[in-house]
Design a protein around this ligand. Sequence first.
Ligand SMILES: [Zn+2]
Length: 143
Amino acid sequence: MMRIEQPYDEATGRPIPRRTPTSAPYFEAARQGKLRLQKCPRDGFFFYPRTACPRCLRADWSWKDVSGRGTVYSYTVDRMGLDPAQRSQVPLVVAIVELEEGPRMTSNIVGCTPEDVSVGQAVDVTFEDLGEETLIHFKLATS
Ligand SMILES: [Zn+2]
């Protein structure tokens, strides 16, 4: 079995996402403070990045910016740091966010305590530069 090494940020020890040719535009947009997803001309936006629309398998999708607004579809709280590299982050809210454009993204809700989070809450995208990559998180909407 081939083992792929996970890159870690040297300063914080936290895991860094690994780009692929397919996901590179997603991470490039994040670097610019934008949430950019693939959009199928027939089925609309989808996430995660892949080579074909998950519904119709078309490959003529394009990259489009989305609003970054969504709601908490579901969440859990990691209070132990199951990944040792994430122990400095606990308690860590791991959520499924449903974007207003439709797709659901697994992400973290940051800038609040777990007790502040509830299903259905409005959230906005936020970005965290971590060494060579930018992480995409969500925060509770202020309005
Ligand atoms: Zn499609």
